[in-house]
Design a protein around this ligand. Structure first.
Ligand code: 13P
Length: 694
């Protein structure tokens, strides 16, 4: 009862952790995919903080940003649906193992103030990020260790479709956002926002104090200046940056300041208060800007000149670079200098265009979809372009729901309707075929103990006596067998009541007799009075190299000596996770037993023991056990016919206890158990035997 409760609690815990991780990974991957350039900038910030900018080619941060969002989103979705458990839980665990110490380092050294985990959608401090990661690491370790408990929502037949579609979707989605600007804008420069309002500070709030530092060069020497000590014109401007001197109320927009290159004047207020249209060509680094659509940009400038609209190119590049751009593109528009980060925040395209009026952002275009002559057919106030663009939420919804959630729901619907239904039908068919009379089956129920390498001779004798006494008083509804180490056999066999308890060995040689030092033959086992022998136990397969061919010889020798083989089969965890359990047990059966005649096969007892459940405390669920037992029986039907299959006892083994025996044995195709640890205590073993009495 208590064990059962622990079992349920573990299931709940693992699945709670799995949904927590799934939710956060999906969210974090999605917001990064919405804004891949934002993540790229963040990665560049980190590289520059660590002085590693030159270590990697320029394209790498963006590539890494796309890979990261794809990985996070896909792992989240796989965890959510409970598919590809091994891959998804390992990846989640590995990611958290790397990220947690890294974010601790970031929190301590604070090279970049916001981690960027959730893009601009949810800004966390570095310490918040670290503690969030500690929680996620615990969750990731729990799902990794308890992945077998994750409940899957999609069948194995359709899981590939879900995984493949998810990866493809998020890759296409992030490429779309790179090409066409983020479909959801989390930044203060969202279409419809007023830059002036974004900059305003509520009455009474203390503003932050910033200082602009200018980097200038003269005779190869670079120096930093402030406005107070700005030098004469013999110095060349290189770069500028804002330094926070005193933190106060921080408005959403705090470093929007346009300095006209030609005049050196700050024209911010003039531009923001202008009631006419202003085009801002934003190219945070003009030397890195894409010039493939330069004709459209020049046309846009000509258009704005024609209708008397203002047009500025905003950049943070050096004058030298601006001149190169002018030469290369024939740019005639005026340039203004602005903070690099502000420019990158304004528009995720280099270059990109923003249209403002009265300080309000009316529209934004990426370099790839700039308005052309077919759209710019008259003055802006007569065109759709000149009105404030209504943020196209329908398009966003379409991209998310129409292209991802709906197709996925369709797959899930098909999965439930077709795949699951046909699986259920197949199972029912098998059940009817194999088990017409569940309560009146011809085969025996058996509870067999496997002592393994435990108990000295004296202890073994004592245990056997104790069991004998415990079973003496009442009648059991199943056969009871104890399989002991070789040296116990001769002593234990005469002690137990043969009418109640059978005795067996745990192994026998694959040779009849002869110079095989240390081996014990089937005939020797039989000579002790033992009637059974366990063969093919996973521990012997794994540790002593017993192959199907060796086991085949052992089975034949056991049968030839009148012993009943308790033949063990079962898959390891990786095989179960890859959904290969049926293939594995089939190969084990076919490799050692299916050459037997029907008559000989009828003498075999089978024990299905999933290796992941042996001695681990993890039991196969009653449903899992029934499913594979039914499958095993169906293979016998195919090979030897229904009668032989109906007569074959198939025991379950692997962390079987008094608390779960009843539920396991209640399955129509589970005919008892092969018990390890619990067979070493008479109380537990009897508890399991009694599962047939109730
Ligand atoms: P446990 O019952 O200890 O898991 O062992 C099962 C087994 O291997 C029986 O052969």
């Amino acid at each position: 009862m208590k064990n059962n409760r622990i079992h349920i609690a573990k299931h709940i815990w693992v699945n709670l952790c799995r949904f927590l991780l799934a939710g956060l990974f999906i969210f974090s991957g999605f917001v990064k995919a919405v804004d891949p350039l934002g993540t790229q900038y963040k990665i560049e910030d980190y590289l520059s903080a660590f002085g590693m900018t030159d270590w990697f080619p320029a394209f790498l941060p963006l590539l890494f940003s796309v890979i990261l969002s794809t990985l996070e989103f896909s792992v989240g979705v796989l965890l959510f649906f409970g598919v590809r458990k091994r891959a998804s839980t390992t990846l989640a665990f590995l990611m958290m193992l790397v990220m947690t110490p890294l974010t601790l380092y970031l929190a301590v050294t604070n090279p970049v103030s916001d981690c960027g985990c959730f893009g601009d959608a949810w800004v966390l401090t570095n310490w918040q990020t670290f503690w969030k990661n500690v929680v996620l690491l615990v969750a990731a370790a729990s799902v990794f260790a308890g992945r077998a408990r994750i409940i899957r929502f999609v069948t194995a037949q359709t899981e590939w479709l879900v995984s493949l579609y998810t990866v493809l979707y998020i890759l296409v989605f992030s490429s779309y956002c790179i090409r066409n600007l983020p479909v959801i804008d989390f930044r203060p420069y969202k279409i419809g926002k007023s830059i002036t309002e974004g900059m305003s500070i509520p009455p009474g709030a203390k503003p932050s104090v910033f200082e602009t530092r200018f980097i200038l060069e003269k005779n190869g020497e670079r120096k930093e200046f402030t406005l107070e000590n700005y030098p004469d014109s013999t110095w060349t401007f290189i770069d500028s940056r804002s330094i926070l001197k005193e933190k106060g109320y921080e408005p959403a927009i705090h470093d929007f300041s346009m300095q006209e290159l030609a005049s050196g004047n700050d024209i911010t207020d003039e531009v923001l208060q202008d009631s006419g249209y202003t085009f801002l060509l934003v190219a945070h680094r003009i030397e890195e800007a894409d010039d493939s659509n330069i004709d459209l940009i020049n046309e846009l400038y000509d258009y704005s000149k024609e209708y008397g609209y203002k047009f500025y190119c905003l950049t943070s590049s050096e004058e030298k670079q601006i001149d190169v751009w002018r030469d290369q593109t024939g740019a005639e528009y005026p340039f203004c200098l602005m903070d690099n980060i502000t420019l990158k925040t304004m528009i995720r395209s280099n270059p990109g265009v923003m249209l403002i009026k009265n300080g309000v952002i009316l529209n934004k275009w990426s370099d790839n979809n700039l308005p052309d002559e077919y759209e710019l057919t008259g003055p802006l106030d007569t065109l759709e372009l000149g009105k404030q663009k209504v943020e196209n939420d329908k398009r966003t919804m379409q991209l998310i729901f129409g292209w991802y959630i709906l197709p996925l729901l369709l797959v899930l619907g098909l999965d439930i309707l077709i795949v699951r239904r046909s699986e259920r039908k197949r199972k029912n068919r098998n059940k009817n075929l194999i088990n017409p009379l569940t309560n009146n089956k011809m085969r025996k129920n058996i509870v067999a103990g496997n002592w393994k390498m435990n108990k000295t001779l004296q202890e073994g004798i004592a245990l056997a006596k104790e069991l004998n006494e415990a079973l003496a008083a009442e009648k059991q509804n199943c056969d009871v067998v104890i399989c002991t180490p070789f040296i116990h056999l001769a002593s234990v066999t005469p002690i137990v009541d043969a009418a109640k308890i059978g005795v067996g060995a745990e192994n026998c040689a694959d040779k009849e007799s002869g110079a095989y030092t240390g081996e014990v033959s089937a005939s020797m086992v039989a000579s002790t009075g033992a009637q059974y022998v366990i063969l093919g136990h996973s521990e012997r397969r794994a540790y002593y190299g017993e192959t199907p061919a060796i086991l085949k010889d052992k089975v034949q020798l056991a049968l030839a000596n009148g012993l009943t083989p308790i033949f063990c089969i079962g898959e390891v965890l990786e095989e179960r996770e890859a959904n290969k359990q049926n293939e594995v047990v089939y190969a084990q059966l076919a490799g050692s037993l299916f050459d037997l005649s029907a008559e000989d096969f009828s003498k075999i007892v089978l024990a299905y023991e999933p290796v992941w459940a042996i001695g681990t405390g993890k039991t196969a669920t009653a449903e899992q056990a029934q499913e594979i037992h039914a499958y095993i029986r169906s293979t016998i039907v195919e090979k030897y016919g229904k009668e032989v299959a109906d007569n074959t006892s198939i025991l379950y083994g692997g962390s079987c206890k008094p608390s779960n025996a009843k539920e396991l044995f209640a399955n129509p195709d589970v005919d008892g158990g092969l018990i390890g640890g619990a067979a070493l205590s008479v109380a537990d073993f009897k508890g399991i035997i009694d599962a047939f009495n109730a």
